[in-house]
Design a protein around this ligand. Structure first.
Ligand code: ZN
Ligand code: ZN
Length: 364
């Protein structure tokens, strides 16, 4: 694993050299982990667990006293800079020591307040926004990353499989969500995101929050959940019915499943996100539900549950072997319900490997 980090750092330095940059401040928690092994997560944008400062030759991990022991342990090859009076001040000392003239930063992961503090501390340094470069590196997974993702998928399936056997009419969405969380803490490092359990009309909301509504027979019950394992996330959605599925969701289910199968068959390296999205969207449009497919087809999954690439109508980037993406078409009928089905697939030169093993799909 150690050599992974040095390989990644080499590539980051090549990016810096190519852009004439002297230094890069890494504040995206997943990028920080990807390059150093330091696993701490940020509490929020206003409370960072630290940053990496990558210089042409040296590199340092900047953090505060709360994370000192963890940082030393997880990133033993990194020079530690423990700040007591803020990251900007510590950055100033390190930048002055290296004689650099500019500093790149990740605009999506730096608060305005912190950027202002850095500008103030380093008035002579040119600050350059540099977004998405490490995210692009992260989008292609190594074999060990793929193994971790498979384990995260397996853990989520194991948890959901156990719960699907037990759910009965009258249980509330929140009770199911609670059991999912319990299982994810038992069989993984926890959830990769807060699970969605949405029944009946609530299933019409793609990002519903579990409520105290009791589930009933015949209605769609949409469950979107994932595990985190070894830092890697899984993400899957199943829509299930207790007893007989009622119309129109029985028909809608088959349309969504056909859209998913068509996309999974079509995906291969070289296609753009937009071409893949279109395959699923055409199936749903052809069935008359085009306007009810209200989100994009899928997204990359890795250290973050949503990451590059994106499979949407706007995405012109080409898929490459080693990318792991979700395929998650859905149809939502306001006030009635919805169906979404989500698998994770590994993109290969000639097609995909579907990472989700247990299907729990209906053939009506
Ligand atoms: Zn999902
Ligand atoms: Zn997803």
């Amino acid at each position: 694993m150690k050599s992974n980090y040095s390989k990644r750092m080499k590539r980051v330095r090549a990016i810096l050299a190519g852009r004439g940059l002297d230094a890069l401040l890494v504040t995206c928690p997943e990028n920080r982990r990807y390059l150093s092994g330091f696993t701490a997560e940020d509490v929020g944008i206003s409370e960072s667990a630290g940053a990496l400062l990558v210089l042409r030759k040296e590199a340092a991990l900047l953090t505060d006293g709360r994370y000192e022991v963890q940082a030393r342990d997880e990133a033993p090859d990194w020079d530690l800079a423990i700040y007591r009076r803020g990251m900007a001040r510590s950055l100033k000392n390190l930048m002055q020591g290296c004689g650099g003239h500019n500093l790149a930063y990740e605009p999506d992961y730096l608060s305005c307040q912190r950027l202002e503090a850095i500008k103030k501390a380093l008035p002579e340094i040119k600050l350059v926004p540099l977004g998405g470069r490490i995210e692009t590196m992260r989008s292609i997974k190594s074999s060990s990353e793929i193994e971790s993702l498979k384990k995260a998928v397996f853990a989520a399936e194991k948890v959901l499989g156990g719960i699907l056997r037990d759910i009965v009419p009258g249980m509330t969405e929140r009770e199911i969500a609670w059991r999912i969380l319990e299982g994810l803490w038992q069989y993984a490092e926890g959830p990769s995101f807060s699970p969605i359990v949405a029944s009946g009309p609530n299933a019409a909301l793609p990002h519903a929050v579990p409520t105290d509504r009791p589930i009933a027979e015949g209605e769609p019950i949409l469950i979107d959940m994932g595990a985190k394992l070894g830092g890697y996330c899984s993400d899957m959605t199943r829509t299930v019915f207790l007893g007989e599925a009622k119309s129109p969701f029985r028909e809608i289910y088959t349309i969504v499943r056909n859209a998913q199968i068509a996309a999974q068959k079509a995906i291969r390296a070289g296609l753009t996100g937009r071409q893949v999205d279109k395959v699923a969207r055409d199936v749903i449009r052809g069935a008359g539900y085009g306007p009810r497919f209200v989100h994009s087809l899928g997204h990359g999954v890795g250290l973050a549950v949503h990451e590059a690439p994106i499979l949407s109508q706007r995405s012109r980037k080409k898929l490459r072997p080693g990318m792991v993406v979700t395929v998650e078409p859905g149809i939502y009928i306001p006030d009635q319900g919805g169906v979404r089905l989500e698998n994770m697939v590994l993109v290969e030169a000639e097609g995909v490997t579907i990472l989700s093993k247990n299907d729990w799909f209906y053939e009506f």
